[in-house]
Design a protein around this ligand. Structure first.
Ligand SMILES: [Zn+2]
Length: 266
């Protein structure tokens, strides 16, 4: 039996039809090849999230549904089938919950994205999400900074696990884009959003305050018409330690710090 060798997207892989010597890795690749053989978008590549060599599809970070059309200069990174699975549902949820914030709708791009999001909610496949959005509506207690109750106002609940999942994916993708390296799933991504910043222990606030100030002094990288911007810094001694400042529609700022276990100053 001959062993044909052909190049797919710059990588040399053994032919699907004639493989005299296989190891476990090549069998896995073949299984994945068979699964995605009809997907014209798939190419063999390193997954930006888990680092496996696999058939990948472009994954937009941040989700492209945040940007009004025409889409130009969006960021995408290669993602394997496993890492790409179910991202579209989380992306849809992420878009809705960001656009439900009052403060972002001062951005013209956000107003367009909100109309598109509402239209997509009318689709049959969005029935589950539509019900969830209605169930999430609630009344929120209003308190002064000293904790004094001053009444209620309409609001909504947010599944923060889904929001954090999308934000962490964005940070991992940006890390890959900026460094060409995979951050690795063993490296944690710690997130601090503006809403929970004041609830952090004072020593944590003291630790990350200088990082925020430093990031704010850097020129931003902007994608779209003020739709998304980010700033970042990567530590010289340990490249897995990094800090990222991101915001959407000129609002919704958050800080992400990556590292082995606990955040360290960069
Ligand atoms: Zn992956």
């Amino acid at each position: 039996m001959l062993c044909h060798v052909e190049s797919i997207s710059g990588y040399m892989v053994e032919s699907l039809t004639s493989i005299p010597y296989c190891n476990e890795n090549s069998l896995r690749i073949i299984r994945e090849l068979k699964m995605v053989k009809h997907s014209k978008k798939s190419t063999l590549n390193i997954c930006a999230y888990c680092g496996t060599l696999s058939y990948t599809t472009p994954d937009h970070i941040p989700p492209k549904n945040l940007f009004p059309k025409p889409w130009k200069n969006l960021i995408s990174v290669p993602a394997c089938k496993v890492c790409h699975a179910n991202t579209s549902k989380d992306d849809e949820y992420f878009r809705l919950k960001i656009l439900m914030r009052e403060d972002v709708l001062s951005n013209p791009g956000a107003r367009i994205a909100w109309k598109v999001a509402l239209r997509s909610l009318t689709k049959t496949e969005a029935t589950g999400l539509r019900k969830k959005v209605v169930l999430d509506l609630t009344n929120v207690e209003m308190r002064t900074q000293s904790g004094l109750y001053v009444g209620t106002r309409p609001g909504y609940n947010v599944d923060m696990n889904r929001i954090r999942s999308v934000l962490q994916r964005i940070v991992r993708g940006l890390y890959f884009r900026e460094t060409g390296n995979v951050l690795g799933l063993n490296t944690k991504v710690h997130l601090y959003m503006d809403d929970d910043f004041i609830e952090l222990p004072s020593h944590t606030r003291d630790e990350i305050q200088p990082v925020i100030l430093y990031l704010a002094s850097l020129p931003p990288i902007t994608i779209g018409e003020n739709i998304f911007l980010y700033r970042y810094h990567i530590a010289k001694k340990d490249s897995t330690v990094s800090a990222w400042g991101l915001s959407f529609y000129g609002k919704f700022p958050f800080l992400a710090m990556t590292g082995p276990s606990t955040p360290k100053p960069v």
